[in-house]
Design a binder for this molecule. Sequence first.
Ligand SMILES: Nc1ncnc2c1ncn2[C@@H]1O[C@H](COP(=O)(O)OP(=O)(O)O)[C@@H](O)[C@H]1O
Ligand SMILES: [Mg+2]
Length: 354
Amino acid sequence: MYINKIKLENFRNYEKQEIEFDKNVNIIYGDNAQGKTNILESVFICSLGKSFRTNREKELINKEKEYARIEMISYKEDRDIKINFEIKEKKKFKINGIPAKKTSDILGKNYIVLFTPEDISILKNEPSKRRRFLNIMISQLRPMYVHLLNQYNKMIEQRNIYLKQIKYEEKKIENLEIWDEQIVKAGKKIYEYRKEFIEKINDKIFDIHLKTTENKEKIKIKYISNIGNNYSENLKKNRNSDIQKGYTGIGIHRDDFEIYINNNPISIYGSQGQKRTAIISLKLAEANVIYDEIGERPVILLDDFMSELDKKRIQGLFENIKENQVIITCTDSFKINNSKYKLYKVTNAKIECI
Ligand SMILES: Nc1ncnc2c1ncn2[C@@H]1O[C@H](COP(=O)(O)OP(=O)(O)O)[C@@H](O)[C@H]1O
Ligand SMILES: [Mg+2]
């Protein structure tokens, strides 16, 4: 699949702007703070329903304006797909002109894999970054997953409130039973999805990574979850501790994964360089999983591309995405060998095709 066109209106620093993309490689360059990442953000929003940079969605509206709009037209399975996004008080989407009932309705219409310099944080401390990586990948392919996750998170929030009420207002501990049953039901399903997709990633990432490291590094991902073999029992056993702490200690909201290189956990033994390479392999594996699932190559978005990578890694990366549409942002224009590409320059929210 590929993106044909994007129209922006009052989005971020843009007023009115239209960009037509090439099917193959698109390079958007310009100085800092001109509006390059904003373009990728607009594509991301029309694919996943939310930004990768902010949860405060009003930020998306140009500071001087009242609303923002994005229209994205893409081509998939011999058909055009039009996604319209509008944010005023609330955000709204349309799919081929028809208003979407909920944001998650737009999932599975456009498939993208985003590489940003911040990706390195996936391998740094907080597991929340790794869960986010899994959530984004799975929600594109299994829109049902988003419902489950939202449901689960709401239930955990309510359970945590109730835990405090047990402690301070002497509410009955038995009533947790009702929450826990529902939580375990949704949590188990989420666990199964995550397990399935970590296996799928493992199937792909091993060869990708072996090749880019000249057969030196065997990579493997291990899923870490504290739900154990008997989720309900473990949740129950932990109740007193939960009540003391005021939050739920057991569950898929604490999930994590670890990447191993030659059987050593990368978080402990990996160098910066190894981590960068592993992240690229992880994202490429994601792109391959998507291809296997839907039979079309996802669009690859590479933000601030040159800043983080050396020549060898760039070459390796390009080898792997030859068949995808690629949209790159960078601060210097550069040439890619043997490849057709379209070049755009961004200056203060104005884009010119060169
Ligand atoms: N809501 C907004 N209204 C106006 N300008 C904005 C808004 N949000 C961000 N910007 C501006 O957009 C620019 C950053 O755009 P970005 O795409 O991140 O730049 P870069 O070219 O470095 O990737 C900054 O100048 C910032 O002030
Ligand atoms: Mg940027």
